[in-house]
Design a protein around this ligand. Structure first.
Ligand SMILES: [Zn+2]
Length: 417
C-alpha cells in the first residue's frame, strides 16, 4: 500500500462527521487536487469517548460509500504502542507507531558502537541539497543521537514486525511518531533517526517529528514562524536525502501532528512543499469536534443549550480536563467567560467566540482551548449528545466541511495564488 503525495488526517472524536469531512476533500478534488483521507483515532481518544477501532472503520466506510469516493482512504491507529496495538490490527491499515516514551532510554553500548561505526562516513561537513549550510557531523554527535533514539527506533521495529506478521507486510502504511516528547528534533537528529529506521527495516512512509515552537490544541502556532519555516524546509531536505541514501520508501514524507488551526505557519509550509516538490501528511482531529459545538450553538435553542452545558461543566472540571493536556494548552483563566455570562449569549455569540477567526473581535482562544479538551463531557452525555448531532446534522456538517476546506486544505495544499 502506497500513501499518495498529499494526505489529510481527519480524525473525528465521535465518528459522526466522516461524510462532512470527506466532502472537503471532494471539493479539493474538484479543484484538481488529490488528497487521501485518513481517519485517525488514538487509543486514548477511544478510551475517553467509549468508541472502538471498528467504529472508525465503519465511519470511513459509510462516508466513502455514501459519497461514492473512489480514491484511496485509510484508517489510522494513531499513537499506538506495544500495549494496545492488537485492538487495532483488524480495523486499521495505517499504523502510527509512537515510541516517544522510549526516547532518551539508553541503548545497548555495543549497538551504539555499531551504529556510530556504520555511519562514520558522514563525519565532517555534510552537504545536503536544499540546505544552505553543510551539516556539521561529529563522532560524538552520532553517538549522542544513537544513545537517545536507537532504543526507541528498535521498539518501533518490534511493533512494526508484530503488525506485519498479523496483516502481511505491504498491507498497511507505517508512520513513526516522535512528536509527544519535550524536545524538538533537529534536522541532524532526523537524519540519523531515519538511518536507524532503515536499519530496522521499517518501511516508513511518514515520520512525525516534534517541531520547534508550540502546537497548542485548536489554536494558532506559538513561536517564531521564520525559525519553524527554516526547520521545516531542512527536514524536507533531510527526508529526500535519507530516501536516496538509506533506501527508505520513495514516498516517505513528513507528518504534522496537532496540525489543525496553525494558520500562521501554513503559508511557509505551502511554499516549502512547492519549492521542494514534497508531499505532506497533516493530522487535524480536534478541530472537527469544535465545529460540532459551533454547529450546535447555531441550532438554538436545543443545540445551544447543549453547547452551553458542555462549557459550564468544563469550567467546573477545569483541572481534571486540562491536566492531561497541560503541555499543549495555554489558557488564561481570567479571560474565560463565566457560565452565567455564556447563558446570556445567543447562538451567534457562542459560535463567534469559539470559531477560529482571528479577525473577529469576539473570538476567544481561551474559551476555544477549554472546549477543545472538554470532549469528555460530551462523551459522558451519551446519546443525548449524539442524538443532538444527528438532529442538527445539516448545520454542523456545513461548518465541518467549510473549516477543513477553507481554513486548512486551501492554505496548506493550494497556498496563496
Ligand atoms: Zn501526535
Amino acid at each position: 500500500m502506497i500513501l499518495e503525495k498529499y494526505s489529510f488526517g481527519i480524525g473525528d472524536r465521535f465518528c459522526h462527521q466522516g461524510k462532512a469531512q470527506l466532502s472537503a476533500l471532494i471539493k479539493a478534488k474538484e479543484q484538481g487536487l488529490s488528497i487521501t483521507p485518513v481517519w485517525n483515532k488514538s487509543h486514548r481518544e477511544h478510551k475517553i469517548i467509549g468508541t472502538k477501532p471498528a467504529d472508525t472503520r465503519k465511519e470511513a466506510l459509510d462516508a466513502v460509500k455514501t459519497l461514492q469516493w473512489d480514491g484511496p482512504y485509510f484508517v489510522d491507529a494513531d499513537h499506538i504502542g506495544p500495549g494496545n496495538v492488537d485492538q487495532f490490527i483488524e480495523s486499521s491499515d495505517f499504523f502510527t507507531l509512537d515510541v516517544a516514551d522510549f526516547i532518551g532510554q539508553p541503548a545497548d553500548k555495543a549497538d551504539v558502537d555499531d551504529f556510530v561505526k556504520k555511519y562514520s562516513k558522514y563525519i565532517g561537513s555534510l552537504p545536503i541539497e536544499g540546505i544552505e549550510r553543510n551539516l556539521d557531523i561529529t563522532d560524538e554527535r552520532i553517538r549522542a543521537i544513537a544513545g537517545k533514539f536507537l532504543l526507541a527506533v528498535r521498539q518501533a521495529g518490534e511493533i512494526y514486525r508484530h503488525i506485519a506478521q498479523a496483516k502481511g507486510a505491504g498491507n498497511f502504511i507505517t508512520e513513526v511518531s516522535m512528536d509527544e516528547t519535550d524536545q524538538p528534533q533537529t534536522p541532524v537528529e532526523m537524519l540519523f533517526i531515519l538511518a536507524a529506521i532503515a536499519d530496522e527495516g521499517i518501511p516508513a512512509q511518514t515520520i512525525a517529528p516534534k517541531f520547534t515552537g508550540r502546537f497548542n490544541k485548536g489554536v494558532d502556532y506559538v513561536g517564531e514562524v521564520t525559525a519553524f519555516a527554516k526547520e521545516f524546509e531542512e527536514d524536507l531536505a533531510v527526508v529526500a536525502f535519507a530516501v536516496k541514501e538509506f533506501g527508505l520508501p520513495g514516498n516517505l514524507k513528513l507528518s504534522i501532528h496537532s496540525g489543525s488551526d496553525k494558520f500562521s505557519i501554513y503559508p511557509p509550509i505551502a511554499a516549502a512543499l512547492k519549492k521542494l516538490d514534497a508531499g505532506l501528511h497533516i493530522k487535524t482531529a480536534g478541530t472537527t469536534w469544535l465545529e460540532e459545538l459551533i454547529g450546535l450553538a447555531m441550532a438554538a435553542p436545543d443545540g445551544l443549550s447543549i453547547a452551553r452545558e458542555v462549557y459550564a461543566e468544563a469550567l467546573n472540571r477545569f483541572g481534571e480536563l486540562c491536566g492531561p493536556y497541560a503541555t499543549v494548552i495555554d489558557i488564561d483563566t481570567a479571560e474565560l467567560p463565566t457560565a452565567d455570562e455564556v447563558d446570556e449569549w445567543d447562538g451567534q455569540s457562542f459560535a463567534s467566540a469559539l470559531r477560529h477567526d482571528q479577525s473577529c473581535g469576539q473570538y476567544n482562544p481561551n474559551f476555544r482551548q477549554l472546549l477543545h479538551v472538554a470532549y469528555k463531557i460530551a462523551a459522558e452525555m451519551g446519546t443525548r449528545f449524539s442524538d443532538a448531532l444527528d438532529r442538527h446534522e445539516a448545520v454542523i456538517a456545513q461548518n465541518v466541511t467549510e473549516n477543513i476546506y477553507e481554513r486548512h486544505v486551501k492554505p496548506v495544499f493550494i497556498g496563496s495564488p
